[in-house]
Ligand binder design. Structure first.
Ligand SMILES: Cc1cc2nc3c(=O)[nH]c(=O)nc-3n(C[C@H](O)[C@H](O)[C@H](O)COP(=O)(O)OP(=O)(O)OC[C@H]3O[C@@H](n4cnc5c(N)ncnc54)[C@H](O)[C@@H]3O)c2cc1C
Length: 416
């Protein structure tokens, strides 16, 4: 994109941008563009909070929910030039420069960052019976279920099955066992046996990492008591069983962590964009998908789309064009992988650097604090971490309110 001096000066003076999606890409772009106080940003999102995906597994296993959900008003509290609107955008008219949700929005320049949705790859029963941890609602449902299971007074064996040994499945498997053990202790349950199975179709856990990292993660999971099953294909789920490679596995709790697909908005508005074979939006070297429309993060057909770090990188790139008149071409950057497995332990991998253990755990905390410090304000993250001493009690109490459970046994605290 070649711009003359006058055009660049004009852009630096004033930009009016409408961003759809209050996630990693959208929030970061709004923060960057609004650094110039003369710029105006309208941020439209279907939720009034930012969802910090890397901590969802932690919130699902009893940690403070502030780790995962940050009100957009908190992030933009000192940005009067950012207007936040809650709406679900269903269509775009590129020729008319209009976005449509409950209301109609005219835009000058739009950035679309709508993220991904869950897909079950057509496996029967998962949609009805499987739990998930990809949203606040899914996490609440899973926690209510775990609470009810633990407080039902029976001594039945409990089999928890996690499907998918990508980062989310591995993180969850590493922390679910400890959480369930704490719930058992809390309820004074000694007999009920608990098993955690992690099922993966690929021949190793963390299939996108190197073999050494996969092996190290596998060793760590086994040490934590997780039963890992590789090369296993999930075929169907019923209310009491999961059919894996033709064999029934008894379970009341299946957690699906695999399967993401591009936001359905793009398929619905396919005539306005060019989509690749995976339904992602083809963008040019400036991340433009159509006239005055940029598409970033999970939605864009770029090499490392599907990671928060890529969404942030894209947001910074587009913001430099819109805020500063930058003219460089997009260059994908390989993000580091840090996967926590149990307390204070993680595997780290970036190019030829890889390690696991406590150092990986420290790396992960640093990534939260430094890498994501503006989308996850430090003060907010610290509050969440400080609250962790009482977090599990709070989860239990939330569930008591939700289920009407009133036994006095659950008044003692459970500590992390
Ligand atoms: C469980 C889980 C754990 C993850 N952990 C990591 C990790 O540790 N590290 C990492 O790098 N990546 C991780 N990822 C991937 C990472 O979260 C995504 O790549 C990142 O969120 C993409 O950013 P985005 O801005 O494209 O989309 P999102 O962050 O998903 O933001 C999209 C936003 O748009 C809103 N929205 C959607 N549709 C509409 C609509 N029609 N109208 C208005 N608003 C809408 C959504 O509610 C959301 O707020 C994880 C993903 C999951 C599911």
């Amino acid at each position: 994109m070649v711009m003359n001096r006058e055009e660049k000066t004009h852009m630096r003076k004033y930009t009016n941008v409408t961003i759809v999606g209050g996630g990693f890409g959208g929030v970061k772009a709004a923060l960057e563009i609004s650094k110039n106080r003369r710029n105006r940003v309208t941020l439209i999102s279907d939720k009034d909070y930012f969802q910090y995906y890397p901590a969802l597994f932690s919130t699902a296993t009893g940690h403070d929910s502030r780790e995962s959900f940050v009100p957009l008003a908190e992030i933009f509290r000192d940005r009067p030039n950012v207007r936040i609107i809650r709406d679900t955008i269903s269509s775009i008219d590129i020729a008319a420069h209009e976005l449509k949700g409950k209301n109609l929005y005219r835009y000058k320049t739009a950035i679309l960052a709508l993220g991904s949705v869950t897909t079950y790859f057509g496996i029967k029963g998962l949609n009805t019976y499987a739990y998930g941890i990809k949203s606040q609602q899914e996490i609440k449902k899973l926690q209510a279920h775990l609470w009810e299971e633990m407080s039902d007074g029976s001594d039945d064996e409990k089999h928890y099955v996690i499907i998918g040994a990508g980062p989310t499945g591995v993180e969850l498997a590493g922390s679910l066992g400890a959480y369930v053990r704490q719930l058992r202790k809390h309820f004074g349950i000694t007999k009920k046996r608990v098993s955690i199975n992690l099922i993966e179709a690929a021949p190793r856990v963390l299939p996108r990492c190197t073999e050494q990292t996969s092996n190290e993660a596998l060793k760590r999971l086994r040490k934590l008591g997780v039963h890992v099953e590789l090369n296993k294909k999930v075929e169907k789920q019923t209310a009491t069983q999961l059919i894996v490679n033709g064999r029934p596995l008894p379970t009341q709790t299946v957690i699906w962590t695999s399967g993401v697909a591009n936001a359905p908005f793009f398929a619905k508005n396919a005539k306005q964009f060019t989509l690749n074979e995976r339904g992602k939006v083809v963008v040019d070297a400036t991340m433009k998908a159509a006239k005055d429309v940029y598409v970033i993060g999970d939605n864009a057909a770029t090499p490392y789309a599907g990671l928060a770090q890529t969404a942030l990188h894209d947001a910074i790139f587009v913001s430099r064009i819109l805020r500063d008149g930058a003219t460089s071409s997009y260059k994908p950057v390989l993000p580091a992988t840090v996967v926590p497995i149990g307390d204070n332990w993680a595997v780290f991998e970036w190019k030829s650097i890889r390690f696991g253990g406590l150092a990986g755990g420290v790396m992960r905390r640093l990534a939260d604090l430094v890498g994501y410090h503006d989308v996850l304000p430090i003060g907010w993250a610290m509050k969440a971490w400080r609250a962790q001493g009482i977090k599990r009690l709070r989860v239990v109490e939330d569930r008591r309110v939700a289920t009407g459970y009133t036994a006095t046994a659950d008044r003692s605290s459970i500590r992390g």
